[in-house]
Design a protein around this ligand. Structure first.
Ligand code: ARG
Length: 566
């Protein structure tokens, strides 16, 4: 319909292109301003006339043509308001949104996107910051997948670096096998902290740590077997969280994967005369670009984070031939990625343009009691379990006889956290306020899931009609305002997904599902579904089905599932 209205306007307006007209065409907030509104202000200059005169002239011309899909056309203060023939419009919208896989597309066909996300640091707890990259990265994967892209989901574990030298020293001095086996990461964190306390008093510990890391880099068997053990122990904990979230990766290629690939980075940089010695270390100076230099090798010859990221990029380009390589991390790594991407550019690879850093803001508790910046870490697993048990209490109170209460609480509790995380622009900080996050009537995950369950219950009450196989539905009966508002909202789905992909912003999807849920509830309130008139009943059930599918698919793009009952 938007297309048809654009064509109609294009016939009368020669000063704008089709794309420009389409871009200006609005969907008014209020129904009494029409289904579409076109502002004429941009035309004032070209036509040397006041916008309200222009809108009047165009309106009259269109009116004379008597289009059958236009019920009414009016000009109001520089706007052209178009009212569509509701019956024809409802029919064409319903036919569109009831197509299979509405929202999917193949614009990404044949293209590969690498997404580097989650990537926790081995031997360290998985905190809410890592929860954000995990949730955002997973949603971006789903969004690109929906658009037909091939996605490589990469977990670039922080499993290499001098910190492991420190851990080995600490373990040998103060650790015990039993404690590490029993307590896992918690114990590793404890001895790591102890290392730092002791190293303040005895700096020779730092030298020992460096030596152990050099041994690791040289392939020393003992060093590597302790390191591998720490890594295995950490992965058990991380995978528990991924399972709870329902998230998977295609590759667990952490930093250590590139340890035999960093020399090639050094050689390539040398061939391009980009490396400069500085106090025994090697760097790529970037002052010309207003950045600190990119450190490549340290004095003792060991590689660093950036070296391994460069190696990873060569590997990914060679192996996956990506069209885009995305990195989801906190904002504090902005400079790091700017440096790495710049080095790729300086090497003369034009695919530096396909690299993007996708930063996000901090997480804190309302009241500022806990915040990642102040060093008080909130653990992801704790927050997820807390959410699940709080939801369990709510369900127990509201609906004690619900079957599968535990499973439903898990889906809703996890969904609440994910939804809250993805409800605003990435870069905004996320604040935890339990009352808000878990409110079944608020702008929350549970509210959307509840709306989905409500749709499911409509079908249960209608005797589980197989509405998908009912043919010849008379959509002309769907002319009530709240029905039209709902189906018009659903129609936006494909455009919303593309917008979210272009901007790397899952919040565009979460706002959309919230809007659909709100429109559905208005429709549900206004229109009885199980009515005697079969025509009306079937058409309305079909609307419920379309809303239900959209809510499910939309939530799925965020990484959230839907219980059929809650
Ligand atoms: N391990 C890093 C951290 O926890 C994130 C790694 C991001 N990915 C990358 N290729 N550098 O901060």
């Amino acid at each position: 319909m938007k297309d048809r209205i654009t064509e109609v306007l294009l016939q009368e307006i020669d000063a704008l292109t089709k794309e420009e007209i389409e871009g200006l065409l609005e969907v008014p907030k209020k129904a009494d301003m029409g289904d579409y509104a076109f502002p004429c202000f941009r035309l004032a200059k070209a036509y040397r006339k006041a916008p309200n005169l222009i809108s009047q002239e165009i309106t009259e011309k269109i009116r004379e043509k008597n289009y059958d899909f236009i019920e009414k056309i009016e000009n109001v203060g520089g706007y052209i308001n178009v009212f569509l023939d509701k019956e024809g419009y409802a029919k064409s919208l319903m036919e569109k949104i009831c197509q299979d896989n509405y929202g999917s597309s193949d614009i990404g066909k044949g293209k590969t996107v690498c997404i580097d996300y989650s990537s926790p640091n081995v031997a360290k707890n998985f905190h809410v910051g890592h929860l954000r990259t995990t949730i955002i990265g997973n949603s971006l994967y789903k969004i690109f997948d929906k658009l037909g892209y091939h996605v490589e989901r990469i977990n670039h574990l922080g499993d290499w670096g001098t910190q492991f030298g420190k851990l080995i020293v600490a373990y040998k001095k103060w650790g015990s096998k039993e404690e590490v086996e029993e307590k896992g990461i918690e114990e590793l964190m404890k001895i790591y902290v102890k290392f730092h306390e002791e190293a303040e008093k005895d700096p020779s510990l730092d030298d020992q740590a460096r030596e152990w890391f050099v041994k690791m880099e040289q392939g020393d068997e003992e060093a590597l077997s302790i390191w591998q053990w720490f890594k295995d122990i950490s992965l058990v904990e991380y995978k528990r969280i991924y399972k709870l979230l329902g998230i998977e990766f295609d590759h667990y290629t952490g930093e250590s994967f590139y340890r035999d690939k960093t020399q090639a980075v050094v050689d390539t940089l040398n061939e391009h005369h980009l490396l400069v010695e500085s106090d025994g270390a090697y760097i790529v100076p970037l002052d010309e670009y207003n950045m600190a230099p990119c450190l490549i090798t340290k004095k003792d010859g060991s590689s660093i984070y950036a070296t391994r990221d460069l190696a990873a990029l060569f590997y990914r380009k060679d192996t996956y031939h990506f069209d885009k390589c995305l990195y989801v991390t906190g904002l504090e790594q902005k400079l790091h990625f700017a440096q790495v991407f710049k080095v790729i550019e300086l090497l003369g690879y034009d695919w530096y343009k396909d690299l993007d850093h996708i930063p996000y803001g901090l997480v804190s508790m309302e009241g500022g009691k806990l915040s990642t910046r102040s060093g008080n870490v909130i653990y992801a697993e704790e927050i997820l379990h807390e959410s699940i048990s709080k939801i369990y209490e709510i369900i127990n109170e509201k609906n004690p006889d619900l079957p599968d209460k535990e499973k439903v609480s898990r889906i809703v509790g996890v969904g609440a956290i994910i939804f809250n995380d993805l409800y605003n622009q990435r870069i905004k900080d996320v604040i935890f306020n339990w009352d808000k996050i878990l409110n079944f009537d608020g702008e929350t995950g549970p509210y959307v899931q509840y709306t989905y369950a409500r749709c499911a219950s409509v079908f249960r009450k209608a005797g589980n009609v197989d509405i998908d196989s009912v043919k010849d539905i008379d959509y002309k009966v769907l002319t009530e305002e709240s029905t039209m508002a709902l189906i018009k909202d659903i129609e936006r789905f494909p455009a919303v997904i593309q917008d979210a992909a272009n901007k790397y912003e899952p919040f565009i999807i979460s706002r959309f599902v919230m809007s659909v849920a709100q429109h559905f509830n208005k429709f549900y309130h206004d229109c009885q579904i199980n009515v005697d008139d079969e025509n009306v009943k079937m058409a309305r059930l079909k609307v419920v089905r379309a809303a239900m599918n959209t809510l499910k698919d939309g939530l799925d793009l965020l990484g959230i599932s839907c219980p059929e009952q809650m």
